[in-house]
Design a protein. Structure first.
Length: 338
């Protein structure tokens, strides 16, 4: 029996698994379900399916009754895979044979998307090999180890590689769905859906997910670890490669080579990231003016800090503070620059 009606509308199948994150299922139905053409007709038909239809456990104290099986996947124009709590601590890079078979059953040309750590299913099925993809920032490091053939970019809201799209953590699924609607039917339709849902009509996919700024201590067991720890205490100062190398009694060439081997990026790139993280903490947690944050984090000028923020996060420092500080009437802590 067909899982979809004969409507001619774009067919979206949401493949859910035990431990489903309920918000992500609701996002897909709500957004695609609101999309209408100029005559008020629905542009999408959305169904939820599972490997085994029936009552499905979620991450909340409710269950979801899933009426459709995997036959819905073979009829879909778009398949969306939300996250499950089973993705949080994956044991290996494999998925079960039934799920692998379900993913293999998709028709050629089917568009497939994931939300949050649902990207694990796509990666395990080989659909992300050689492609740029994202996932929730907390899962990024583990997924990078499990699926080295994927070009992981966990610091963006979503990625679009044509027939394969991936969304970052939870609410980034809203941005991904609106992006697909916009791609299918234009900005007017997507904007109307956004208005009806009372969300921003567009956040660029390249905007960062805003994972927690790192303040973890640096291990000093490696040859450059003590140098990094020394630098972290002096981020407000202009630090040169020569000064950093001298701390380890190395030549600049040797230091740069060892640093890249141990950290994975150049010393200059690492310093920039640490300064951005320090500035983020100051913008979130203090009332320091932007120019003093720029000095305290080693950027020197607001213009320099703005340039680094745009490159790293896709927003300005003032925009970042507005996102995380909310109303100016909320009491805030104060702190002094270094």
């Amino acid at each position: 029996m067909s899982s979809f009606g004969i409507t001619g509308r774009h067919r979206v199948a949401v493949l859910v698994r035990p431990g489903l994150l309920t918000m992500e299922l609701g996002v897909v139905h709500r957004l695609f379900g609101q999309a209408r053409d100029a005559g008020g007709e629905s542009l999408y038909e959305v169904v939820t399916c599972a490997l085994e239809p029936g009552q499905l456990r979620t991450d909340a104290d409710i269950t979801v009754a899933v009426a459709h099986g995997i036959a819905a996947l073979t009829e879909a124009d778009t398949v969306i895979v939300p996250a499950s709590d089973e993705d949080y601590d994956p044991d290996d890079c494999r998925i079960g044979a039934p799920l692998a078979s379900a993913m293999a059953s998709l028709r050629p040309g089917t568009r497939i998307a994931s939300i949050c750590s649902g990207s694990r299913v796509l990666a395990a099925a080989g659909l992300l090999d050689g492609r740029r993809a994202t996932t929730h920032w907390r899962s990024g490091g583990r997924f990078r180890e499990l699926f080295p053939a994927v070009e992981w970019a966990e610091d963006v809201l979503y990625t679009d590689d044509g027939d394969v799209l991936t969304g970052g953590g939870v609410a980034a699924g809203i941005d991904l769905c609106l992006h697909m609607i916009r791609r299918d039917h234009g900005s007017a339709v997507a904007n109307e859906v956004a208005r009806g849902t009372v969300v921003a009509p567009h956040r660029p996919g390249g905007q960062a997910q805003f994972g927690r700024p790192s303040a973890a201590p640096v291990s000093t067991s490696s040859s450059t670890g003590s140098i990094r720890a020394w630098a972290l205490d002096r981020l407000d100062q202009p630090l040169t490669l020569r000064e950093l190398a001298a701390q380890g009694s190395m030549s600049v060439r040797t230091f740069t080579r060892r640093f890249r081997t141990e950290v994975g990026v150049s010393p200059v790139q690492w310093l920039g990231r640490q300064r951005v993280d320090l500035a983020r903490r100051l913008l979130e947690e203090t009332d320091l003016p932007v120019d003093r944050v720029a000095l305290a984090s080693g950027f020197g000028t607001p213009a320099s800090m703005r340039q680094h923020f745009q490159a790293a996060l896709g927003v300005s420092p003032s925009g970042y503070r507005g996102t995380f500080r909310g109303s100016p009437d909320v009491p805030r802590a104060t702190a002094s620059a270094r």
